[in-house]
Design a protein around this ligand. Sequence first.
Ligand SMILES: Nc1nc2c(c(=O)[nH]1)N[C@H]1C(S)=C(S)[C@@H](COP(=O)(O)OP(=O)(O)OC[C@H]3O[C@@H](n4cnc5c(N)ncnc54)[C@H](O)[C@@H]3O)O[C@H]1N2
Ligand code: MOO
Length: 393
Amino acid sequence: MIDTATALELVTIHGSTSTIEQEMELENALDYVLAKDVTSEIDMPPFRQSAMDGYALHLNDGVTYSLVEEIKAGDDTNPTLQKGQAARIFTGAPVPNTANAVVMQEKVRVNGEEIILKEPVDQGANIRPQGEQIRAGAIAITKGTTLKGTHIGFLASLGVTKVSVCTKPSISIVVTGNELVDSGEKLAYGQIYQSNGYMLTAVLKELGYANTSVVTIKDNFQHTKTVLKSSLASHDIVLVTGGISVGDYDFVGKAFAEIGVKEIFYKVKQKPGKPLYYGKKGDTSIFGLPGNPAAALSCFYVYVYPLLKKWEGAEQVSLPRISLPLLADYTVKGTRAQFLKARIQGAGVTILGGQSSAMVKAFGDANALVYLPQNSAEIKKGQMVEAILLPFK
Ligand SMILES: Nc1nc2c(c(=O)[nH]1)N[C@H]1C(S)=C(S)[C@@H](COP(=O)(O)OP(=O)(O)OC[C@H]3O[C@@H](n4cnc5c(N)ncnc54)[C@H](O)[C@@H]3O)O[C@H]1N2
Ligand code: MOO
């Protein structure tokens, strides 16, 4: 059995990266990874901009200025102000080249066609210099960034309409088990509702991977081989759940071997997810995730997420990890490394109840997974632990 760090390293070494790029309208590019740097074609702001409603001044030594102009946002006027002259100006309006400060209207007294400063005004006050945010020709966002709403907002402000992004992988989810029944049907004794397929489809969608399909199969060797073969042939990534342990009806590992999947690793010293399998056939990666839903989800965030990100050429492949103090004592069961459903609150993190690998309920309250290395034993309140930040929490 290998340790968690080795398993993660093997996934990131062996995971393939797509070579296909596509041009995409900016508005459709949410959650795609940039395939090329985006360079700004304009200075932002494109002109010297007023940051306040007030008066643009050509500073002199006195406190009284004569009012000669009015400039609204969107106006294309650039009046010449002599020393001691002022123009009424509004937030976002172009500041005349001859003005060297803007004073907020609250800080002046208006007297007919004159304004009187209530306090001194600094040179350059309340003027956003041209190109203050970015200069034309500079890189706005680098290749490998996963585009979020914030990035789209920034690129839109630069007038970008199209971006070059990496294609997303097509993902096949194969759920195995004789006991599985689809929701909507009545449960007979010994049966449970199939949930892994719905769960993985939903968390993938949440992360921007919508090109997914689910197949449910019984614990039958021939059928397992046939379905896995066709899933591998038609997808970039295959996620199988269940049937990967050592039981007589766990056919997934044997099927992988027979259809020519190259095993990269099988079994990791971790809880949950001990029987995790990762292999490759050609460029297609395949995971054998444990059937237990919380184990499958934990392995998804720790190992599948970096594989997806690497496939897209992302700069940052793993979920971020931070160090935080534990808010209550925790006793570790067993010696394996642990990924524990946890909630970061304030300046610390609490390990939640319901840690069984069959129990997915606590994931609803979790915003992190606490990682405890092998043989952690007793962790005391206040001790620093590593927390993996879950996305969208
Ligand atoms: N003798 C041993 N038995 C087991 C070992 C072991 O080392 N020696 N490891 C245990 C560990 S740890 C895990 S994790 C499980 C993993 O088993 P499988 O991946 O083969 O999963 P299954 O047995 O098929 O299912 C486990 C559990 O999950 C339920 N399940 C499966 N698929 C779904 C689904 N799509 N939706 C909802 N629930 C699902 C299934 O009914 C089982 O209860 O093996 C241990 N055994
Ligand atoms: O490793 Mo299993 O996922 O503990 O139950």
